[in-house]
Design a protein around this ligand. Structure first.
Ligand code: NAD
Length: 500
């Protein structure tokens, strides 16, 4: 354990060890990862760094725990997930502080979105655990054929830094409900809430080895886990570039892979849109969580007839967003989660300018001296052409491009012009247009007169280079199980193959 030393922090006790086989342990090779507070770049904690021997131990513990966990009644697995949801709610005060300190998410968002959504996901999968039914197939006379769903085995889960707490639940919920055991590697930048989750899982009674949580570097611990022959599936959320490495690493034992990758969401505003709602929803689409969301509406496409009036209001709203210390309940936008990432986001301002993009607002750190040490970037709006790099590459910050279009056909062409296909949306009063776009957008999710809605019951995932597989909803239970087809000869009169 260590105590948060950040001047912004409330002096929290923070777990810093690896969680393997039901216990918190030190790393085999003694390495440490420095975790910083993005508000001021002070050190929050130093956590143990998992390397190959730790991953081996965790996979062994998960394999040992698997047979009994698979045989545990599904309702009992579900009951533990429901208890974990309750434990998260009981721990909300601590989790809010920890997540805000570690990620820079404004505490009001962590309180209103991250923590309740995490509990809701565990509750959903707790409820669904015993509702995964099999099928009976009407095969040839004399045979009974039934199909059951079986857990895969050990799931390796690798998650990014943008929603560390929430993504624990999106992976742990379905994997554990389905009867798998797990080894999870949180992002090295934001491992703290996952370690808290380990403590809560132990507290509510998950058997040792069912959940193992090990912070470590991606190219070391992540790569080793993805290659591990003792792992049956890798559930990965992160960038498209690393997603490709995961696929290659998985080839050794042909493990199953689920990929939730990057996005470049088109948010299309038509001339018949409800403008006030569209302005508000479009700002949420990009500025919530400082734009660090795979489903961010990072490309704003505006019909030329309303573009100017929309932009007036949108820019006024963006300018009014309160940027500040995440622990201040009035803060609407915090810092980016790391200094390296802030620099990457700011580098796209130059990329935009080089290609003739117009910076309408932002593009710099805030001028407030109180924020000077932190990873802050002002809300940034850039007018650019669809083919420009800033309209094609994922910036992953409070950085939205604006491109004008003249008709539906052009809007659709622009919307579908990137390698990504995660989410996208449109604002219109036309029901027929809404359905046309829902059909034609090359994405896994479409929002109409809204943006970035998620729910544990609704499948989440992308197409194209945004990956494959679906989190959440019943779909997730199929992602974390294999089907097994069982044939029984129920008719003694069936003639033998070889008549003698
Ligand atoms: P990242 O790909 O750099 O890292 C994600 C995770 O992979 C981290 O835990 C990292 O340590 C690990 N990793 C890195 N290299 C690895 C390797 N060689 N082998 C195994 N693991 C490795 O992504 P990031 O910067 O942490 O997160 C941002 C990205 O995640 C964005 O592209 C964003 O769109 C994407 N994302 C996607 C979704 C989704 O559901 N589609 C959700 C959130 C974020």
């Amino acid at each position: 354990m260590s105590t948060a030393t950040s001047p912004a922090g409330p002096g929290l006790q923070i777990e810093t060890r690896l969680f393997i086989g039901g216990e918190f342990v030190d790393a085999a090779q003694g390495g440490r990862i420095v975790v910083t507070n993005p508000h001021d770049n002070s050190t929050l904690a130093e956590v143990a760094e998992a390397t190959a021997p730790d991953i081996d131990r965790a996979v062994a513990a998960a394999r040992q725990a698997f047979p009994a966990w698979k045989k545990t009644a599904a309702a009992d697995r579900g009951r533990l997930l429901l208890k974990l949801a309750d434990a998260i709610e009981a721990d909300a005060g601590y989790l809010e502080q920890l997540e805000a300190l570690d990620t820079g998410h404004p505490i009001r968002d962590v309180r209103n979105l991250d923590v309740p959504r995490t509990a809701a996901a565990f509750r959903y999968f707790g409820g669904i655990a015993d509702k995964v039914e099999g099928r009976i197939i009407p095969v040839d006379a004399g045979f009974l054929n039934y199909v059951k769903r079986e857990p895969i085995g050990v799931v390796g889960a690798i998650v990014p830094w943008n929603f560390p707490l929430l993504f624990c639940s999106w992976k742990m919920g379905p994997a554990l409900a389905a009867g798998n055991t797990m080894v999870m590697k949180p992002a090295e930048i934001t491992p703290l809430s996952a370690l808290r989750m380990a403590a809560l899982a132990a507290r509510v009674g998950f058997p040792p080895g069912v959940v193992n949580i090990l912070p470590g570097y991606g190219h070391v611990a992540g790569q080793y886990l993805a290659e591990h022959r003792g792992v049956g599936k890798i559930a990965f959320t992160g960038s498209t570039a690393v997603g490709r490495k995961i696929v290659q690493a998985s080839a050794g034992n042909l493990k199953r892979v689920q990929l939730e990758l990057g996005g470049k969401g088109a948010n299309i505003v038509f001339d018949d849109a409800p403008i006030e709602a569209a302005v508000n929803g479009s700002a949420f689409a990009i500025f919530h969580n400082q734009g660090q969301a795979c489903i961010a509406g990072s490309r704003l496409l505006l019909h030329e007839a309303i573009a100017d009036q929309f932009l007036d209001r949108f820019l006024a709203l963006a300018r009014s967003i309160t940027v500040g210390n995440p622990l201040d309940p009035a803060t609407e936008m915090g810092p980016l989660t790391s200094a390296g990432h802030r620099d990457r986001v700011l580098s796209y301002v130059e990329v935009a300018k080089e290609q003739g993009g117009r910076i309408l607002i932002g593009g710099t750190p805030p001028s407030d001296p109180a924020l000077r040490e932190g990873c802050y970037v002002e809300p940034t709006v850039v007018e650019a052409r669809s083919a420009d790099r800033v309209c094609q590459e994922e910036v992953f910050g409070p950085f939205v491009t604006v491109t004008r279009f003249k008709d539906e056909a052009e809007a659709l062409e622009i919307a579908n012009s990137t390698i990504y296909g995660l989410g996208g949306g449109l604002w219109t009063k036309s029901l027929t247009r809404a359905h046309r776009f829902a059909d034609e957008m090359h994405t896994g999710m479409v929002w109409i007169n809204s943006y970035k809605r998620v729910h544990p019951g609704s499948p989440f995932g992308g197409v194209g280079e945004s990956g494959y597989g679906r989190e959440m909803g019943f779909d997730a239970m199929h992602e974390y199980t294999d089907s097994k087809s069982v044939w029984i000869n129920v008719d003694a009169t069936i003639p033998p193959f070889y008549k003698r």
